[in-house]
Design a protein around this ligand. Structure first.
Ligand SMILES: [Zn+2]
Ligand SMILES: [Zn+2]
Length: 68
């Protein structure tokens, strides 16, 4: 019924070489845009998107703590 599981408006891509996380874009997902850290290829599959989300959340938490 609900076949709209390809909503990638809030997705992430993860570099396969260094693990750098960036926001999802089609160019990055298709390998047209490379990692800004090491030049490696991003992966934007559902699994990596979820991994990226968790990584971002952890980073936000850490920067929160270091500011106080
Ligand atoms: Zn990288
Ligand atoms: Zn992946």
């Amino acid at each position: 019924m609900s076949a709209k599981r390809l909503e990638l408006t809030d997705g992430y891509v993860v570099c396969q070489d260094c693990g750098h996380v960036d926001t999802y874009t089609l160019a990055r997902h298709q390998g047209q845009e490379r990692c800004t850290q090491c030049g490696g290829e991003y992966c934007g599959c559902n699994c990596c998107s979820e991994t990226g989300r968790i990584t971002i959340q952890l980073q936000l938490k850490q920067s929160d703590q270091s500011e106080t």
